[in-house]
Structure formats: structure tokens, C-alpha cells
Design a protein around this ligand. Structure first.
Ligand SMILES: Cc1ncc(C[n+]2csc(CCOP(=O)(O)OP(=O)(O)O)c2C)c(N)n1
Ligand code: SF4
Length: 422
């Protein structure tokens, strides 16, 4: 199949012969047939080999937790009112096992999504453990004598639960019409694609053919009758805004002259207000009618170690929320410095604002030393660093920062005058 606008030109990331490649190519073909625009498609992927495909899609992509992608996709679908948008979930049989309740719930409530189950009958990414879809007798590296029990028939379960379109297909050749039928169905639809993982399934079951295996299991390859569909559930949206409209929850209050996009990374220590600093900046930018994304990174032990955040502010819409190289890197502590060293090393221009007591990292960016910790103290040094940045470079109006800060309970403990020092 030829390349299309839905995928990058990169090779797909799967092992040779993996059925996940075929699902991707068929999905791309179905979307092309249906005439979707790139940014009208929201692909939600689950954890597993199939999930690494999201870097290959040029549509919106969201990577969910293992088994939770259907719940995530349901939320996205319910949060949008544009009928031309389509939410598609890619999930493995492992994720479908872990998240079965979400799938049954979404079918039951008639949530408008299409779920594509990549059923390779085992957990591919972690080395071939069995899932609840592993057929009786099927061997995996951790079940060398073969599974003792029957696998689930997800298509039967889902069609009874209320799915509007349900089909099982063999992951061979062209099944794009089946995907197109599911994708064009309004309400919940599911396609289960049967595959054998060459990495683990074929190795453990040499010579096994997909079509004969599926025949032996008794799993029917067909479109299933929809039972209990057209339920009349309604969901009240929590606000009058939705994920796609320009109707912002935060009013534009302050004029801002920024044109283009600025990517800011803040790197400091847990407990020193890094996430609050990023949140203040994000809210102040929204108040200035800019588009904003904010992400936090920290170890699972949230109370110790580094804490870092990425904020993008832009007068244009932000379609990619990652920051490969920031325009501005702010470093407020030694733990933040350890985390940010590789980021600094990758900067060929831009600015690094660093606490004046810290060693300067290797970088080609401009270094600006500021006594963040001495002036504001350890608890407030990160929030202060954002005030200093805004006050010095006027990227957004400082008035917006002041308003956001003064509305927060932190302003009862920390004076705005302290934050405004330059
Ligand atoms: C809640 C949770 N449990 C376990 C894991 C570990 N894990 C990562 S990938 C994976 C297997 C994925 O298998 P499957 O969903 O079938 O997808 P495939 O790799 O076969 O495409 C597991 C168990 C995890 N990430 N999260
Ligand atoms: S390990 Fe299996 S599921 Fe994962 S990419 Fe390789 S063949 Fe595909």
C-alpha cells in the first residue's frame, strides 16, 4: 500500500511481519477512503507494541495508560461537539484484558469512538505473556505447555453490551473496508484484528497459520449483530466550552503582542514550586489570549528529587506539544541542573537563566545568572524565576502574572513585591 498523508515517511516501528503494520496501513487507507482531514482524527493509543505507532501518525495522537485508552478516548469524544471529528483507539489484547470494563462501559453507553483491538493473543511488548484472549492450547514463552483456558470472545461481549458496529477480521491483506465501516458508524464500534506476533507467537507455535488457528478457536470472523444499541443516554458536559471550540474557559483579559511561539522549560527541585511556577505562567498566558500547553516531569517519589515543567505559549495553535529544544531554560537548583544538563547541551541558541550559585552547564545558549534562591528563598525561587523572566523579557504582560499570582493562596504567604524584584 502506498504512503499517504496520514503517516510520516518513517518506517513503521514494528518487527518484520508484525500484523500491527498491516492494521496501521489499513487504517490509513480507511481514513483516506472516508476523506478525513488530518486534524479531525484523534488517535488514542494504549501501552504495548501497537502503541508506539503514534509517532508515525500525523493526526492528533494521545498515548494512554495500559488498558485505559478507551476511557481516555471516551472523555475526549464526550468533550467535543464537532461531528466531523473522529476518535479512534488502538489497543492490544493485553490492554483490552486490563481495560475490559472501560470497553464494555463505552459500548454500553454508546460512546462515539472506534476501538481497534490488535489481538496478537499475547502481551507483545513485555515478552509474550498470555492475555485473557490467548486461545486454548496456544503456547507463549511463559506458557510453554499451552494455555489451559478459552480466550474471551470480545466481539460477542461487546455486541451484547450495545456496540453499534462490531466485526472480527483476520489481519491479512486488505481489511480497510471493515475499518471504514466501523469508523463511519456513529456511536461505539469495534474491530478485532486477529494476528500472530512473529516475535513470540510464531516462535512458540512454529508452523501455526492464523486462519486455521482462528477456525480452531471457534471465534467467528464476521460482522456481529448489534444487540441493545441505540440506548438513549445523555451526558451533561461540565462547562459550556468544549475541547475544540474557541470558547475559552479563561477569559482573555489582557492584550498581548506576542507573535509566534516560545517554548520554556523550568528545571528545579521537588517542593520548590516548579509546577506552580509553570501553572502561573500557563494561566497568565491564557489570560493574555495565547495558546498554551504545560507538562510536568518528576520521579514517582514526588516529594524528592528534580521537578521539571515545559510550557509552550503561542499566538498560533499548538499541534505538537513536545519541546525538543527550548527557547528558554530556567534552572533553579542543583537537582534541576543535573536533570537539565542534556537539555542545555542541546541548545545552540536561546537563553539559559540559572541561579547564580550553580555551575554553568555546557551549552551554546546565552547564559544569564540570577540570584533566584537568594532573593526569593528555596520555596519560592521557581515562581520568582518566572516573574523575573517575564519582567525582563516582556514575553507576556507582567500584569497577567500578577493577577494569576494574587488570585492564588500562595500570595497570602509570599509578597508580590518579592516576586517583582529585578
Ligand atoms: C497497568 C500496567 N500493567 C502492566 C504494564 C507493563 N506492560 C507494558 S506493555 C505490556 C504488554 C502489552 O501487550 P498488549 O496490550 O497485548 O500490546 P502489544 O504489545 O501486544 O501490542 C505490559 C504488560 C503496564 N505498562 N501498565
Ligand atoms: S514483539 Fe510482536 S507485537 Fe511487538 S512489534 Fe514484534 S512482532 Fe509485533
Amino acid at each position: 500500500m502506498s504512503k499517504s498523508k496520514f503517516l510520516t515517511d518513517e518506517e513503521l516501528p514494528f518487527c518484520k511481519g508484525c500484523g500491527h503494520s498491516l492494521v496501521t496501513r489499513n487504517c490509513e487507507k480507511a481514513l483516506t477512503k472516508l476523506g478525513y482531514n488530518l486534524l479531525d482524527v484523534i488517535l488514542v493509543t494504549d501501552i504495548g507494541c501497537h502503541g508506539i505507532v503514534d509517532k508515525s501518525f500525523l493526526t492528533h495522537t494521545v498515548h494512554g495508560l495500559h488498558g485505559r485508552s478507551v476511557a481516555l478516548a471516551g472523555g475526549i469524544s464526550l468533550g467535543m461537539s464537532e461531528p466531523e471529528k473522529k476518535v479512534i483507539v488502538f489497543i492490544g489484547d493485553g490492554g483490552a484484558t486490563i481495560g475490559m470494563q472501560h470497553i464494555i462501559g463505552a459500548a454500553h453507553f454508546g460512546i462515539n469512538i472506534t476501538v481497534v483491538v490488535h489481538n496478537n493473543m499475547l502481551y507483545g511488548m513485555t515478552g509474550g505473556q498470555p492475555s485473557e484472549f490467548t486461545p486454548c492450547g496456544f503456547k507463549t514463552p511463559t506458557l510453554p505447555n499451552g494455555n489451559q483456558n478459552e480466550g474471551y470472545d470480545i466481539c460477542k461481549l461487546i455486541s451484547v453490551a450495545g456496540s453499534s458496529y462490531t466485526e472480527r477480521v483476520l489481519g491479512i491483506g486488505d481489511f480497510s473496508d471493515s475499518l471504514a465501516a466501523a469508523i463511519s458508524t456513529k456511536g461505539f464500534s469495534l474491530i478485532e484484528v486477529m494476528e500472530i506476533c512473529p516475535g513470540y507467537g510464531i516462535k512458540s507455535n512454529p508452523g501455526l497459520k492464523l486462519s486455521s488457528l482462528v477456525k480452531e478457536t471457534g471465534l467467528e470472523v464476521k460482522v456481529f449483530e448489534s444487540i441493545n444499541r441505540h440506548r438513549n443516554y445523555s451526558f451533561v458536559k461540565p462547562t459550556d466550552s468544549d475541547l475544540c471550540s474557541d470558547n475559552l474557559l479563561i477569559e482573555k483579559k489582557i492584550d498581548c503582542s506576542l507573535k509566534g511561539r516560545v517554548a520554556i522549560s523550568i528545571s528545579g527541585s521537588a517542593g520548590e514550586g516548579v509546577q506552580s511556577a509553570a501553572e502561573f505562567l500557563a494561566k497568565a498566558a491564557m489570560r493574555s489570549a495565547l495558546n498554551v500547553t504545560k507538562k510536568g516531569s518528576y520521579p514517582v517519589t514526588v516529594g524528592v528529587g528534580y521537578s521539571a515543567a515545559d510550557v509552550i505559549i503561542s499566538s498560533e495553535s499548538i499541534n505538537f506539544t513536545g519541546i525538543s529544544v527550548p527557547d528558554v531554560l530556567i534552572i533553579t537548583s542543583s537537582e534541576g541542573l543535573s536533570y537539565a544538563r542534556p537539555i542545555a547541551a542541546g541548545m545552540n541558541n536561546g537563553k539559559i537563566l540559572i541561579d547564580d550559585q550553580l555551575e554553568v552547564p555546557v551549552t551554546a545558549a546565552e547564559i544569564i545568572k540570577v540570584p533566584f534562591r537568594n532573593r526569593a528563598g528555596e520555596k519560592s525561587c521557581s515562581v520568582y524565576s518566572i516573574f523575573w523572566f517575564i519582567n525582563t523579557f516582556n514575553v507576556i504582560p507582567v500584569e497577567a502574572m500578577k493577577q494569576v499570582f494574587l488570585e492564588n493562596k500562595i500570595s497570602k504567604k509570599v509578597s508580590i513585591e518579592k516576586m517583582m524584584q529585578i
